[in-house]
Write a protein that binds this ligand. Sequence first.
Ligand code: ZN
Length: 400
Amino acid sequence: MMCVGLTTVWGQSLNIESQYSPLNRQRSPRSSTEYIILHTTEGGGRGSLEKLRRFGEAHYMVDTDGKVYRIIEHRRIATHAGRSMWDGRSNVDNFSIGIEIVGYHDRPITNAQKQAVRELLRQLKAIYRIPDNRILPHSMVAYGRPNRWHRAAHRGRKRCGMLFAREDVRRELGLTSKPAFDPDVRAGRLVVADSYLERVLFGPSPVGTTTAAAATATVPDAPNVIARNRSAWDIAREQYNSPETRYEFPDGTVRRGNEISNWNRMPAGTVVHMGNVAEADQQREAERVQLIGRDGQTASEIAGDATRDARTIYFMGDGRVVQGNEMTEEEVNRLPRGTGMLVGYMHGGVISARRRAFDIVGPRWNLSTTFYRLPDGRIQSGEEINERNIPNGTMVFFQP
Ligand SMILES: [Zn+2]
């Protein structure tokens, strides 16, 4: 399974080792490859490699010493981008390669990493004929579903890979162009929820600074204290209600994100302590069935202005599955605790003897972001479902 090799192309060498994910062979080949997405692991190499392998969440990982690991074969789908959109097309995983670079979105990478990433990009660009302006930081394509702070779908779900938008950093990676603006914001499909990120991604780079100084000087994260203009979301993003995120109130009491229900009453001065949340963990928490009473007190706290959207799916206590556009405002407001919700999802159809999961959602059928509602009411993700034993009558939901 493990093989160590040195690949030489055009006189350049890459120290690369296969550490394939157990999921590699189950992943379908992509039908097209048009983008390369650059990530930062937001955690150390060893732990990141283990998680990325376990969940098949990258094609490559580049460690701080410049060593490259293959995790998913580059022609197959890796689930690296999560909820994502670029130029009107969602699910960027379906047409991109993902490279995780060990490090942080606001810190320079090592010289060994720069050389390795540059060479890896050069090889992949040649294989797939990808122009430089289609090599994008993850934060450029990630987007968040509507929530209590941002009533519409928005850019700014994460800052992953943000430094790879900087022109000086790109130059060192052999990249000579980048997008000048966000096509989805311009078209009104998304709103900007992190104006600082927006400036880093698309604003002009400062001239005459060294990479190291520039990368750190221009990337201040929000201080981790809640203020009038700084919400729990601004600090913790989609980890805001995670049990790993702890809130220390001005009176000294400490509560975990999952123990807080009234987010409108968070006092200024509350300090937010986040666990060291690796990229792989964030990705996994991004998609799940949300529950009224757990993830928000009302449907609109979970789905923002999208409560009555056809792509907001409700799993009712009596077993019915209803789309948002099939309900009145009053019905939405009366939904009881425990009602399940998927935001930004489509009902693909029902499994039958002649219509299997692959017929309905294609290569996405076994991904963690596809959900199955079994006739007995249980809901399983594509990763959990037993392929050979999906009962007839199971409903399939996917991100369009
Ligand atoms: Zn990422």
